[in-house]
Write a protein that binds this ligand. Sequence first.
Ligand code: IMP
Ligand code: MG
Length: 181
Amino acid sequence: MLRDVGPPLFDEATIHRRLGEMAAQITSDYHGQALTVLAVMNGALLFAADLLRRVTLPLQLECLRAASYHGATESSGTVEFPDGFWPELRGRHVLVVDDILDTGLTLHALSRRIRHASPASVATCVLLRKSKPRTVEVEATYVGFEIQDQFVVGYGLDFRGHYRHLPFIATLRQEVLTTSR
Ligand code: IMP
Ligand code: MG
Protein backbone atom coordinates (compact mmCIF):
# COMPACT_ATOMS: atom_id res chain seq x y z
CA MET A 1 0.00 0.00 0.00
CA LEU A 2 2.81 2.44 0.85
CA ARG A 3 4.19 1.60 -2.59
CA ASP A 4 1.10 3.32 -4.08
CA VAL A 5 1.95 6.75 -2.68
CA GLY A 6 4.69 9.28 -3.28
CA PRO A 7 6.80 10.85 -0.52
CA PRO A 8 4.70 12.76 2.04
CA LEU A 9 3.72 16.30 1.09
CA PHE A 10 3.02 16.87 4.80
CA ASP A 11 4.26 14.41 7.37
CA GLU A 12 2.57 13.68 10.69
CA ALA A 13 4.70 16.08 12.74
CA THR A 14 4.14 18.92 10.26
CA ILE A 15 0.37 18.35 10.27
CA HIS A 16 0.19 18.26 14.06
CA ARG A 17 2.27 21.40 14.39
CA ARG A 18 -0.07 23.25 12.04
CA LEU A 19 -3.14 21.93 13.86
CA GLY A 20 -1.76 23.46 17.07
CA GLU A 21 -1.55 26.85 15.35
CA MET A 22 -5.04 26.56 13.86
CA ALA A 23 -6.56 25.47 17.16
CA ALA A 24 -4.92 28.39 18.97
CA GLN A 25 -6.33 30.79 16.36
CA ILE A 26 -9.84 29.33 16.63
CA THR A 27 -9.70 29.35 20.44
CA SER A 28 -8.68 33.01 20.40
CA ASP A 29 -11.20 34.09 17.71
CA TYR A 30 -14.14 32.54 19.61
CA HIS A 31 -12.97 33.57 23.09
CA GLY A 32 -15.93 33.71 25.47
CA GLN A 33 -18.24 31.90 23.05
CA ALA A 34 -19.35 28.34 22.49
CA LEU A 35 -18.82 26.52 19.20
CA THR A 36 -20.94 24.06 17.29
CA VAL A 37 -18.67 22.11 14.97
CA LEU A 38 -20.04 20.29 11.94
CA ALA A 39 -17.43 17.82 10.74
CA VAL A 40 -17.93 16.52 7.22
CA MET A 41 -17.54 12.75 7.05
CA ASN A 42 -15.62 10.74 6.13
CA GLY A 43 -12.86 13.01 4.90
CA ALA A 44 -12.62 15.27 7.98
CA LEU A 45 -12.63 12.42 10.50
CA LEU A 46 -8.92 12.41 11.36
CA PHE A 47 -8.50 16.16 10.94
CA ALA A 48 -11.44 17.05 13.19
CA ALA A 49 -10.40 14.54 15.85
CA ASP A 50 -6.86 15.91 16.08
CA LEU A 51 -7.78 19.60 15.66
CA LEU A 52 -10.63 19.71 18.17
CA ARG A 53 -8.58 18.05 20.90
CA ARG A 54 -6.47 21.21 20.83
CA VAL A 55 -9.38 23.70 20.95
CA THR A 56 -10.08 24.86 24.51
CA LEU A 57 -13.62 26.23 24.12
CA PRO A 58 -17.05 24.94 25.11
CA LEU A 59 -17.87 22.89 22.03
CA GLN A 60 -20.49 20.58 20.56
CA LEU A 61 -19.47 18.21 17.80
CA GLU A 62 -21.83 16.95 15.10
CA CYS A 63 -20.83 14.78 12.15
CA LEU A 64 -22.62 14.80 8.84
CA ARG A 65 -22.11 13.22 5.48
CA ALA A 66 -21.73 15.12 2.25
CA ALA A 67 -21.32 13.35 -1.06
CA SER A 68 -20.03 15.16 -4.11
CA TYR A 69 -17.37 12.73 -5.32
CA HIS A 70 -19.24 9.65 -6.46
CA GLY A 71 -16.38 8.24 -8.47
CA ALA A 72 -12.68 8.42 -7.97
CA THR A 73 -11.11 11.81 -8.59
CA GLU A 74 -13.76 13.90 -10.35
CA SER A 75 -16.42 16.00 -8.67
CA SER A 76 -19.97 15.13 -9.73
CA GLY A 77 -21.12 18.75 -9.58
CA THR A 78 -23.96 18.17 -7.13
CA VAL A 79 -23.74 17.86 -3.37
CA GLU A 80 -26.02 15.66 -1.32
CA PHE A 81 -26.49 15.38 2.45
CA PRO A 82 -27.80 11.84 2.68
CA ASP A 83 -28.27 11.73 6.47
CA GLY A 84 -31.48 13.76 6.44
CA PHE A 85 -30.71 14.79 10.01
CA TRP A 86 -29.62 18.32 10.91
CA PRO A 87 -28.66 19.44 14.40
CA GLU A 88 -30.28 22.54 15.92
CA LEU A 89 -28.14 25.49 14.75
CA ARG A 90 -30.31 28.51 15.58
CA GLY A 91 -28.26 31.14 17.41
CA ARG A 92 -25.13 28.97 17.41
CA HIS A 93 -21.63 29.84 16.26
CA VAL A 94 -21.14 27.15 13.62
CA LEU A 95 -17.74 26.00 12.39
CA VAL A 96 -17.74 23.61 9.43
CA VAL A 97 -14.68 21.36 9.36
CA ASP A 98 -13.85 19.66 6.06
CA ASP A 99 -10.83 17.94 4.60
CA ILE A 100 -10.17 19.96 1.46
CA LEU A 101 -11.43 22.92 -0.54
CA ASP A 102 -11.39 21.78 -4.18
CA THR A 103 -14.22 22.92 -6.48
CA GLY A 104 -15.90 24.61 -3.50
CA LEU A 105 -19.24 22.92 -4.19
CA THR A 106 -19.38 21.14 -0.83
CA LEU A 107 -18.61 24.15 1.36
CA HIS A 108 -20.87 26.36 -0.72
CA ALA A 109 -23.85 23.99 -0.44
CA LEU A 110 -23.23 23.42 3.25
CA SER A 111 -22.87 27.10 4.11
CA ARG A 112 -26.10 27.88 2.28
CA ARG A 113 -27.95 25.09 4.07
CA ILE A 114 -26.61 26.21 7.45
CA ARG A 115 -27.55 29.87 6.89
CA HIS A 116 -31.17 28.75 6.45
CA ALA A 117 -31.02 27.51 10.03
CA SER A 118 -30.40 31.05 11.44
CA PRO A 119 -27.06 30.49 13.20
CA ALA A 120 -25.29 33.35 15.03
CA SER A 121 -22.33 32.90 12.65
CA VAL A 122 -20.87 30.47 10.12
CA ALA A 123 -17.17 29.88 9.50
CA THR A 124 -15.33 27.16 7.63
CA CYS A 125 -12.11 25.31 8.33
CA VAL A 126 -10.25 23.05 5.91
CA LEU A 127 -6.98 21.19 6.23
CA LEU A 128 -6.07 21.69 2.57
CA ARG A 129 -6.95 24.23 -0.09
CA LYS A 130 -6.15 23.61 -3.74
CA SER A 131 -4.75 26.57 -5.68
CA LYS A 132 -7.23 26.64 -8.54
CA PRO A 133 -10.31 28.55 -9.67
CA ARG A 134 -13.44 27.43 -7.79
CA THR A 135 -16.59 26.25 -9.56
CA VAL A 136 -18.57 28.41 -7.11
CA GLU A 137 -17.46 31.39 -5.08
CA VAL A 138 -16.58 30.30 -1.57
CA GLU A 139 -13.75 30.98 0.86
CA ALA A 140 -12.46 29.05 3.85
CA THR A 141 -12.00 30.98 7.09
CA TYR A 142 -9.21 28.70 8.36
CA VAL A 143 -6.80 26.85 6.05
CA GLY A 144 -4.13 24.37 7.11
CA PHE A 145 -2.06 24.15 3.96
CA GLU A 146 -2.28 25.45 0.40
CA ILE A 147 -1.49 22.79 -2.25
CA GLN A 148 -1.23 22.66 -6.03
CA ASP A 149 -4.12 21.30 -8.06
CA GLN A 150 -3.23 17.63 -7.64
CA PHE A 151 -4.97 14.58 -6.20
CA VAL A 152 -3.82 13.69 -2.69
CA VAL A 153 -4.63 10.96 -0.18
CA GLY A 154 -4.09 10.23 3.49
CA TYR A 155 -5.06 11.80 6.81
CA GLY A 156 -8.75 11.31 5.95
CA LEU A 157 -8.56 11.78 2.18
CA ASP A 158 -9.32 8.74 0.07
CA PHE A 159 -9.06 7.27 -3.38
CA ARG A 160 -11.99 4.86 -3.84
CA GLY A 161 -12.28 4.47 -0.09
CA HIS A 162 -8.62 3.62 0.46
CA TYR A 163 -5.71 5.40 2.17
CA ARG A 164 -7.78 7.46 4.64
CA HIS A 165 -5.89 6.02 7.61
CA LEU A 166 -2.42 7.13 6.47
CA PRO A 167 -1.04 9.53 9.12
CA PHE A 168 0.46 11.78 6.42
CA ILE A 169 -0.66 13.41 3.15
CA ALA A 170 0.84 12.27 -0.14
CA THR A 171 0.13 12.12 -3.85
CA LEU A 172 -0.85 8.84 -5.47
CA ARG A 173 1.36 7.31 -8.11
CA GLN A 174 0.05 7.78 -11.61
CA GLU A 175 -0.18 3.99 -12.16
CA VAL A 176 -2.60 3.71 -9.23
CA LEU A 177 -4.75 6.58 -10.47
CA THR A 178 -5.06 5.08 -13.93
CA THR A 179 -5.46 1.41 -12.92
CA SER A 180 -9.05 0.52 -12.13
CA ARG A 181 -9.57 -1.86 -9.22
P1 IMP B 1 -15.26 20.14 -3.34
O1 IMP B 1 -14.93 19.85 -4.78
O2 IMP B 1 -14.58 21.38 -2.85
O3 IMP B 1 -16.75 20.15 -3.13
O4 IMP B 1 -14.68 18.92 -2.52
C1 IMP B 1 -15.46 17.77 -2.35
C2 IMP B 1 -14.73 16.62 -1.75
O5 IMP B 1 -13.93 16.03 -2.75
C3 IMP B 1 -13.76 16.88 -0.63
O6 IMP B 1 -14.37 17.05 0.62
C4 IMP B 1 -12.96 15.60 -0.66
O7 IMP B 1 -13.62 14.57 0.04
C5 IMP B 1 -12.93 15.28 -2.15
N1 IMP B 1 -11.64 15.67 -2.73
C6 IMP B 1 -11.31 16.79 -3.41
N2 IMP B 1 -10.01 16.79 -3.77
C7 IMP B 1 -9.51 15.62 -3.31
C8 IMP B 1 -8.19 15.01 -3.35
O8 IMP B 1 -7.20 15.55 -3.86
N3 IMP B 1 -8.10 13.79 -2.76
C9 IMP B 1 -9.13 13.14 -2.16
N4 IMP B 1 -10.36 13.67 -2.09
C10 IMP B 1 -10.54 14.90 -2.66
MG1 MG C 1 -13.69 11.86 -0.62
